[in-house]
Ligand binder design. Sequence first.
Ligand SMILES: CC(C)(COP(=O)(O)OP(=O)(O)OC[C@H]1O[C@@H](n2cnc3c(N)ncnc32)[C@H](O)[C@@H]1OP(=O)(O)O)[C@@H](O)C(=O)NCCC(=O)NCCS
Length: 187
Amino acid sequence: MEKSKEVFAVSERLVIRKFGMQDVQSFYQYRSNPDIARFQSWENYTIEDAESFVGRQLESSPDQPGRWFQYAVALAASDQIIGDCAIHTIGAEPRIVELGFTLAPEHQGKGYMHEALCALLDYVFGTLNKHKLIAFSDVRNTKSIHVLERLGMRREGHLLENYMSKGHWIDEYQYAILQSEWLTMRR
Ligand SMILES: CC(C)(COP(=O)(O)OP(=O)(O)OC[C@H]1O[C@@H](n2cnc3c(N)ncnc32)[C@H](O)[C@@H]1OP(=O)(O)O)[C@@H](O)C(=O)NCCC(=O)NCCS
């Protein structure tokens, strides 16, 4: 597999890098899985959706106020994509960013997302110098809640019927961590 050039962060087992067109098939495989989509905004994801999503990523760069940027999570040994994480730079306050993440089912339960997010948060608070990172999770999404709490993120709110998903209003938890808290924890 051709190695992608733009790498944002690395960890023991993983590389956090820009998407490339070589990732389309693997990205499509997990995004189109109904278990993966259960607590997410999309459903019936097609290969055409995946191609146009990855195509847009090629033209995008991180940290644009008001926009999401999707980072590919790949195995360091093979450069094979196993998931992704995304950062939304809030338009009204670009020093605050929002986090999202997904891992292919066959790679879950091995600590990959925790490892990827530790590297990503080092990049967000170190390289990008952000003040605060927030995340929203469907209150039923226990795996996502575990990931956020394992990172040391604090539950700052329970937002009632905050999000319309697949025809239903969904309660969400809001989580957050400050730059100062992350840097203290990593020392
Ligand atoms: C949310 C999601 C990424 C969590 O995946 P995950 O595999 O549970 O998370 P991690 O990769 O961090 O792995 C953690 C698990 O691996 C286990 N593990 C095994 N080996 C490990 C290791 N070497 N290091 C750390 N943890 C390890 C941990 O005990 C933990 O299991 P537990 O939660 O049962 O205690 C995944 O469920 C997903 O993609 N869901 C669909 C998308 C989604 O809903 N995203 C959230 C939107 S906010």
